[in-house]
Design a protein around this ligand. Structure first.
Ligand SMILES: Nc1ncnc2c1ncn2[C@@H]1O[C@H](COP(=O)(O)OP(=O)(O)O)[C@@H](O)[C@H]1O
Ligand SMILES: O=C(O)C[C@@H](O)[C@H](O)C(=O)COP(=O)(O)O
Length: 339
């Protein structure tokens, strides 16, 4: 059981809001990108990955975002449709703005990096007019991915989506997803993130992300409980603070603390952990599980995804997650294709 109230009789379970992008993951792994010859193209963008996770877990996901009116935009919308994600609120942008690209470098299981191409990124063209109350009213929850706050008009569109969600009792999840290169300054980031966080029901972020968020209100704080309490004084009901492969903690408004399990693996690459974790965790909460059990599903999903080449395409269904938990046998490399 958990303290969230999801409205019944809504067609959609979760609407993700924000970035639809493309990941280009190096095929020749364990090499620097300078020497990479070929890449595989996948759907990318943190909220897009989470929408795929939710859909693979058997819930009905929708998306609010903008895609370019070109081949990559069509690749993205086709991928959403093929994955049973409602794309009726994905707007085809005619301004000439381009899809954000994430080139990934996999030098070793722990040394990975992302080279982003995001000038005039189309996802940040999302407008308030793209946010339809009827759509949000028809979903049990929405998820805002923090990068969508980096610039106008996408920033205002996110605030509008959250206001409409609150008005219609649609639960608001906020995944901080802080990508420094998208922002002008850390001060600007902290201010807008904090303003949005005040309005959200569940906030998910890493310890470092909360350090950024609290740079004015709690400078130097490293205590997760102090962080959680700050947001409980606004609207938060569940707070999740992640500590990489050390695991994660959830705090509830009722002052319960849950320690998330972690299934350490020797990964193929490090990225994709946060998105798969968020997808599994949200799924668990929507099943009515307590935060501890929901975090276990998120952690197992993350272990599967970091053991795979892609983020979106590797998102597992619940049976695969359960089989992984059953077969888990300590920190080693897992052939997750065959679980
Ligand atoms: N190498 C790993 N092996 C197994 N699980 C991992 C690994 N790295 C991360 N995870 C899982 O993914 C969760 C989220 O990872 P984290 O790195 O904190 O997120 P982010 O990708 O947003 O920085 C962790 O709490 C943990 O459960
Ligand atoms: O979010 C992006 O634009 C890139 C993602 O698709 C990428 O694969 C990634 O960085 C995943 O994020 P994480 O789950 O927080 O590691």
């Amino acid at each position: 059981m958990n303290n969230l109230v999801f409205q019944k009789d809504r067609e959609l379970d979760l609407i993700a809001v924000g970035r639809l992008g493309v990941d280009l993951n190096a095929n020749e792994i364990h090499r620097p990108m300078e020497e990479t010859l070929t890449f595989t193209k996948y759907l990318g963008g943190s909220p897009a990955n989470i929408a795929v996770a939710i859909s693979r877990l058997g819930l009905k996901a929708g998306f609010i975002g903008r895609v370019a009116d070109d081949q990559l935009g069509r690749f993205i919308t086709n991928y959403l449709k093929d994955n049973n994600i409602d794309s009726s609120s994905v707007v085809i942008d005619k301004s000439g703005a381009k899809t954000g690209l994430a080139f990934t470098e996999i030098k070793s299981p722990t040394d990975c990096s992302i080279l982003m191409y995001r000038s005039d990124a189309v996802d940040l063209r999302l407008e308030v007019g793209d946010i339809k109350e009827e759509y949000i009213k028809n979903s049990k929850a929405i998820l805002i991915s923090g990068t969508a706050l980096a610039a106008s008009p996408s920033r205002e569109a996110c605030f509008a989506a959250v206001e409409l969600a609150r008005k219609n009792k649609t639960v608001v999840f906020f995944d901080i997803d802080y990508r420094p290169y998208t922002w002008k300054s850390v001060e600007e980031t902290a201010i807008y993130y904090s303003l949005l966080a005040e309005k959200c029901d569940v906030i998910i972020g890493t310890r470092e992300e909360f350090d950024m968020l609290e740079m004015f209100s709690n400078p130097g704080n490293k205590d997760d409980f102090v962080t959680a309490k700050k947001w409980f004084d606004f609207n938060a009901k569940i707070m999740v603070i992640k500590h990489g492969k050390e695991g994660s903690y959830a705090y509830t408004l009722e002052r319960d603390k849950f320690t998330g399990s972690v299934f350490p693996v020797i990964p193929v690459k490090t990225f994709g952990a946060g998105d798969s974790y968020a997808g599994g965790f949200i799924y668990g909460l929507m099943q009515g599980y307590d935060p501890g059990k929901a975090m276990e599903i998120g952690a197992a999903s993350a272990s599967i995804v970091v053991s795979s080449h892609s983020c979106s395409d590797a998102m597992p269904g619940i049976d695969k997650i359960r089989r992984f938990i059953d077969q888990y046998d300590g920190e080693k490399a897992y052939d997750v294709e065959n679980i």
